[in-house]
Design a protein around this ligand. Structure first.
Ligand SMILES: Nc1ncnc2c1ncn2[C@@H]1O[C@H](COP(=O)(O)OP(=O)(O)OP(=O)(O)O)[C@@H](O)[C@H]1O
Ligand SMILES: [Mg+2]
Length: 326
């Protein structure tokens, strides 16, 4: 069953010179219990896409078109009040840097308990007990004691586990993790990925995991969507992405995978050039100016995602590749 279906999402930044398009017609879906990895270079619109779902877009940035159906409702049409209910109780969020998302002057157990009081209407005492259970669930040792810790008393990995516990507090159907491990060292990153995979199965949630690091999510994602300049250029089961990467951008990304599995792909040195700035998209395929397989037709229209012949689940937005030229 489809849990989330995003169709034709566009997001614009309001500038004095006029709107600048930053997300240009994204189609994405997530089925129940599935984990979707979203990868792409910095600035390609990964975070804005996910923030638009729960009404967390920054000032002057708006979803201007498309739909985001979740449990039958279009999230883009909900009021701020309705979205507050969706956040946490239906869609949980984990952000990149726990030090900016955790309140430094509230004990960690109390922060989780507050979320429970707010989202589930629990009494304070029940919420405190449940917070300890959530800390245990995310693998924090001696959770009764740790519930009384201040955020700065915990290690980076433990703080990230607290963030996951907060994301899970409302018992959401979908957990969105926006680069939750980039600040952590490689071993701890792998532990967090393992934890989320285990929790996903145990709690029967869907997970959307945003990252720069293809190698890191290979062990978690069922499916990967590759974003480039606010469009999905390839969407396929994880094995297909690694075994048969097809869009020239995906091939370039994989070509630049560091040999040391798990190392962050902050830089992509083997793809010359940079993605277009918002509002300065080239006509046609946004990757064309950097693409090794570019054809004159590439600048004529924005390519649509199309299924590969013989594999409905593997979609690519590149007619050149689909026609077998590249
Ligand atoms: N608050 C903001 N004000 C103006 N422009 C913004 C703002 N937030 C994002 N943008 C622009 O929108 C584009 C997409 O941003 P987004 O944060 O979604 O990228 P991302 O794919 O999550 O990148 P990263 O991997 O660096 O987190 C970027 O080019 C950025 O310049
Ligand atoms: Mg981001």
């Amino acid at each position: 069953m489809t849990l989330l279906e995003i169709k034709g999402l566009t997001i614009d930044i309001a500038r004095d010179s006029g709107p600048a398009r930053v997300v240009d017609g994204i189609d994405l879906s997530v089925t129940e219990g599935e984990s979707l990895g979203i990868v792409g270079e910095s600035g390609c619109g990964k975070s804005l896409t996910m923030m638009s779902l729960v009404g967390l877009l920054p000032n002057r940035i708006r979803a201007t078109g498309g739909k985001a159906l979740f449990g039958g409702r279009d999230l883009l049409k909900l009021s701020a009040k309705e979205l507050r209910k969706v956040r946490g109780s239906e869609i949980g969020f984990i952000f990149q840097d726990p030090m900016t998302s955790l309140n430094p002057v509230i004990r960690v157990g109390d922060q989780i308990a507050e979320a429970l009081v707010y989202q589930k209407g629990m009494t304070k005492a029940a919420a405190k007990a449940q917070a300890v259970e959530l800390l245990a669930l995310v693998g924090i040792p001696a959770p009764e004691e740790r519930a009384n810790a201040w955020p700065h008393e915990l290690s980076g990995g433990m703080r990230q586990r607290v963030m996951i516990a907060m994301g899970l507090a409302g018992n959401p159907k979908m957990l969105i993790a926006d680069e939750p491990t980039t600040a952590l060292d490689v071993t701890i990153q792998a532990q967090i990925v393992d934890l989320v995979r285990e929790l996903k199965d145990r709690l029967k949630m869907s997970v959307v995991w945003i990252t720069h690091d293809l190698a890191l999510i290979a062990g978690l994602a069922d499916r990967i969507a590759v974003l480039y300049a606010g469009t999905v250029v390839e969407d396929a089961p994880v094995e297909a992405i690694f075994d048969r990467p097809t869009h020239p951008y995906t091939r370039a990304l994989l070509g630049s995978l560091p040999t040391l599995a798990g190392a962050a792909m902050e830089r992509l040195p083997s793809i010359p050039g940079t993605p277009p700035e918002p509002g300065r998209r080239p006509p046609g395929c946004p990757f064309a100016p950097r693409c090794g397989f570019v054809q004159p037709s590439c600048s004529q229209s924005v390519p649509k995602l199309q299924a590969m012949p013989g594999d409905r689940r593997h979609k690519v937005a590149c007619p050149v590749v689909l026609e077998g030229v590249a």
